[in-house]
Design a protein around this ligand. Structure first.
Ligand code: CDP
Ligand code: MG
Length: 185
């Protein structure tokens, strides 16, 4: 029942100086940090983290946001998705990322809940994207500046397993007991 989730503070989150604020939230909720590093990734690595199969999904999310913005288009999911994906890869490689692994019961679901909706304009207050990002993914696609929504979190347990393996070698993950596990249980 104990899960691990991969979290990335993306280049915009690092540039905004939000590392401490974001980590504090996960520590406060009681998730355990079992690995952490700052890394700048190249295009090849970014394409492994955000594979091309995401293109129609990004296109669909762009279309939904464009409807909210009242933007009419004849472009389809594939074409818009391709543009959003290219911008996303460029954005992902533009500066250092803070990568970490959180462990705990239902870690994947709890982290996603705290991160909020993909498009910050739909993310609830109290979530990281909802509290700190004043844009929408649809706007990002219009302006072509990449999906600057501060943070990545694994979407499913399966995705988490693959992403933890992609970002961390086994020796970079740690086993230890928190003070609560040692002294209060
Ligand atoms: O990150 P999340 O799992 O919430 O969303 P996703 O559908 O897996 O998309 C991955 C990332 O692509 C998002 O976090 C955004 O940074 C970016 N994206 C984008 O650039 N344009 C969109 N229309 C949708 C997402
Ligand atoms: Mg995702």
């Amino acid at each position: 029942m104990i899960e691990q989730s991969l979290v990335l503070i993306k280049p915009d989150g690092v540039q905004r100086g939000l590392i401490g604020e974001v980590i504090k939230r996960f520590e406060n909720v009681g998730l355990k940090i079992v690995g952490m590093k700052m890394q700048r990734v190249d295009k090849k690595f970014a394409e492994r983290h955000y594979p091309k199969r995401l293109i129609p999904i990004l296109g669909g999310k762009t279309l939904a946001d464009w409807e909210d913005l009242g933007i009419k288009t004849t472009k389809g999911k594939e074409e818009l998705g391709k543009q959003a994906w290219n911008d996303l890869i460029k954005f992902t490689t533009e500066g250092p990322i803070l990568a970490f692994v959180l462990e705990g019961v239902h870690a994947v679901q709890i982290v996603r809940k705290m991160v909020g909706h993909t498009s910050p304009h739909k993310a609830d207050p109290g979530t990281i994207r909802g509290d700190y990002s004043p844009i929408s993914m649809g706007y990002a696609t219009v302006r072509k500046f990449g999906g600057r929504n501060l943070i990545h979190a694994s979407g499913t347990v399966e995705e988490a397993k693959a992403e933890v393996k992609l970002w961390f070698k086994p020796g970079e993950l740690h086993t230890y007991k928190t003070v609560h596990e040692t002294h209060t249980r």
